[in-house]
Design a protein around this ligand. Structure first.
Ligand code: ZN
Ligand code: ZN
Length: 753
């Protein structure tokens, strides 16, 4: 007889782990117990089949479980007479926070079965599925510390909850129609309307109305995605002109008729998380043209809660399902707030009384050459935990950037990156930012010793750090992009980094964003960048790419030449406007310099005649993407002189090309090829270094696919588990700090996943 203490870390809570251990213990006649602790799942086991038992733990893992570490210590024999599951011990530690999961097939079958006691029950769940992070007040994950604590289990539910052989053994949100949360339908003032809430919602949707529906991490705004009137009304009321809206489909079959998916996309769309996935839309469907104007890709997903599924039982058209918020503010989680703030947007509210404790948007993903590109990390993926091998003696809070804000905490044995918070700068977003910080402090029971921030002096996140009267360290934005990718992969060596994004504050006070650097975890050297161009009118140029394009024309041509130039950019201005802007350019009045690749994409979108004024960030690139023809690989000309990537030759070629009949296809394709070759130029002179990329420009599907094809067989690293855009800046900031603490013994040695 041998006796062991086994400590397991990873995704081992909220995934049916303890019943799994119990069953394997019974199979192998082990005695002892299993318990959830703050440090992970602890098993004490003794018997003759210890080896086989441990092997089974490794090999027969429950579907959503993941073991990051397994520590096995031989101990004194205790002589246990049975194997049992013990109640959790309190405390906060190093366990990954369990993540929300979509309705599983077994629960779906039960809710479809008219003889089952949970037939058509909107809150059905089990140890494989249901809400997790969004309902947790504080870990470890047990019912009494979730918003389900207000619902007392009936005897039938309790019997399942305490039966180790049940699928719902310790399914913390377990409930049934007798004892669980209740649905309610409210009018847009928040007054309850009598009747079957689902039938009332269906009736409204069929009548072309807009409803708010309470999902896992917040409310969705929903309406008929095939109705031009409904979709344009939603846009009008929400003040959202053209930014694409996500669409929920009843089933994979229905989705097939609207989109072209490959096998990778299909499996993630229909997988256990069911995030929003951006796929190619088919032409000629009955989907409203207002859903995603002028672009050929569509954000789609499948019903992931039982409630969403019930809605689709009576509805055979796809539904818009977009986060309920005002423009880019945080998602709303309470029905009274919907009535108060979006009462003029919605016609009715389908709500219930299980509170959402931690708000979380839907995750948005794109696939490129079979690899995940995370565009927004939310439900099912956030918070993202990366384990450290040695515990930190200090805790470090990284505050991220400004747009697509997210925070990261390094405490005890974890680095944890939060989900998408949104664009800071509004009262609501800044409030959500501070709430997320509080939540993380509570979850990991710590008060951060150091705060890490962006270099931009006026970001809300920077001010938070500076005003907090603690140690604070600034990390350059684009360096943080490279570090975030290194962090995800656990790299600690010299790399060749490409950080391409919209805007970030450079060390010289200019706006950077087309940066090539040699970096390691201690510093970086900027070895290449786009030759800075003027953003004529500052922020105004970000909304009007034609102003950026004009400044590129001024670099190449004289004013007189520009005035007679036949180009979509010059045609978008009156002559006196061009003269005025030329004066600004010449005298450097309100014309900040930028080396941003994102801004270059916008400028090319203007020069190529794709778009002159933007409604949302990245729109230029998205429109161009739909014209990219992968068979065209000829780049435009550019030169690299003294670290500067000079684009005048390309600008001239685009101007000439824009007069041709097939201009858009050629310009979009050749521009993507140019970016590729630009990167190749630096790779060739540093072929010994691994390639790292990061930044919002890499959200471009056409570019990412080409990069995976070009570099994918070598040491090419692009984030897959964490956002490739500013949503990971906090992770990069934290990763830097872990390697640069004043006392090296404070740093937890890091192991990537
Ligand atoms: Zn289930
Ligand atoms: Zn019950």
């Amino acid at each position: 007889m041998i006796s062991y203490k086994i400590t397991l870390k990873g995704l081992v809570q909220g995934v049916g782990f303890r019943p799994f251990v119990y069953r394997e213990a019974k199979v192998h006649a082990m005695m002892g117990f299993v318990i959830n602790t703050a440090d992970g799942v602890v098993i004490e086991a003794e018997g003759c089949e210890c080896e086989a038992f441990i092997k089974a733990l490794r090999e027969n893992l429950p579907k959503h479980a993941r073991i990051d570490s397994m520590e096995i210590v031989e101990r004194e024999f205790c002589g246990y007479s049975d194997f049992e599951i013990r109640e959790s011990t309190l405390g906060v530690g190093s366990v990954a926070i369990p993540l929300d999961t979509a309705l599983c097939p077994a629960c779906q079958a039960e809710m479809d079965d008219s003889s089952n006691r949970r037939y058509r029950y909107p809150f059905i769940n089990c140890t494989d599925c249901g809400p997790r992070y969004t309902i947790i007040q504080i870990p470890p994950y047990d019912r009494v510390r979730t918003s389900m604590k207000h619902f007392t289990m009936c005897s039938k539910c309790e019997a399942e909850y305490t039966d180790p052989s049940s699928r719902r053994y310790h399914a913390e949100p377990i409930s049934c129609p007798d004892c669980g949360p209740k649905l309610r339908f409210l009018d847009n003032n928040g007054n309850e309307i009598a009747g079957d809430p689902i039938a009332l919602a269906v009736e409204m949707l069929k009548a072309g109305k807009i409803i708010a529906l309470k999902g896992l991490g917040g409310f969705h705004l929903m309406c008929d995605a095939t109705s031009d009137t409904s979709v344009s009304e939603l846009r009008r009321r929400k003040h959202r002109k053209t930014k694409p809206l996500a669409v929920m489909f009843s089933s994979l079959e229905q989705l097939e008729t609207y989109t072209e998916m490959n096998e990778d996309e299909r499996s993630i769309i229909n997988g256990p998380i069911k995030p929003i996935v951006i796929v190619r839309a088919k032409n000629g469907t009955n989907l409203s043209a207002h859903v995603a104007p002028a672009i050929d890709r569509l954000g789609v997903f499948l019903p992931y809660t039982p409630l969403h599924r019930l809605l689709f039982e009576a509805i055979d058209f796809p539904l818009i399902a977009t986060s309920a918020n005002i423009s880019d503010e945080p998602i709303i989680v309470r029905a009274d707030e919907i009535a108060h703030r979006l009462g003029n947007v919605v016609d009715g509210i389908l709500s219930h009384d299980r509170s959402i404790i931690n708000a979380l948007d839907d995750s948005v993903i794109q696939m490129a050459q079979g690899r995940v590109v995370m565009l927004r990390m939310g439900r099912g993926f956030a918070p993202h935990t990366l384990p450290l091998t040695n515990p930190l003696t200090k805790s470090i809070l990284a505050l991220g950037a400004h747009h697509k804000s997210a925070i990261a905490l390094g405490a005890k044995k974890n680095m944890v990156l939060s989900g998408h918070i949104g664009d800071l700068g509004s009262i609501e977003a800044d409030g959500y930012f501070e709430r997320t910080i509080k939540t993380f402090k509570r979850f990991y029971d710590c008060e951060p010793d150091s705060l890490i921030h962006d270099l931009h002096p006026t970001y809300t996140s920077t001010r938070y750090a500076v005003e907090n009267n603690k140690d604070h360290i600034g990390v350059q934005h684009h360096y943080a992009h490279i570090l975030a990718c290194m962090g995800e992969y656990g790299l600690d060596e010299k790399v060749l980094g490409f950080a391409f994004d919209g805007t970030g504050y450079g060390e010289d006070g200019n706006l950077w964003g087309g940066e090539v650097m040699i970096a390691d975890t201690h510093g970086f050297e900027r070895i290449g960048f786009l030759k800075p161009f003027a953003l004529l009118g500052g922020d105004k140029a970000i909304k009007e790419p034609r102003r950026i394009a004009l400044s590129l024309l001024f670099e190449r041509y004289s004013l007189d030449e520009v005035l007679v130039l036949k180009s979509p950019t010059t045609e978008a201005f009156l002559d006196h406007e061009i003269r005025q802007l030329h004066h600004m350019w010449l005298k450097k009045i309100n014309a900040p310099l930028s080396s941003s690749m994102g801004r270059l994409f916008d400028a090319v979108a203007s020069l190529g005649g794709f778009i002159q004024t933007l409604d949302y960030e990245g729109q230029g690139g998205m429109i161009m993407e739909s014209f990219v023809d992968d068979s065209i690989t000829e780049p435009f000309d550019f030169t690299v002189t003294d670290r500067e990537i000079v684009l005048s030759p390309m600008v001239e070629q685009i101007v000439v090309l824009s007069r041709q009949s097939d201009a858009k296809r050629l310009i979009a394709s050749r521009f993507i090829a140019t970016v590729e070759v630009m990167m190749q130029h630096f790779v060739d002179s540093h072929s010994e270094l691994p390639i790292i990329i990061g930044g919002g420009v890499f959200q471009n599907h056409a570019l990412m696919s080409r990069l995976y094809r070009r570099f994918g067989n070598g040491r090419f690293y692009a984030q897959q588990q964490t956002p490739i855009n500013d949503g990971s800046i906090a992770l990069g900031q934290l990763y830097y700090t872990l390697h640069n603490l004043p006392h090296p013994e404070d740093a937890g040695s890091f192991r990537g996943l």
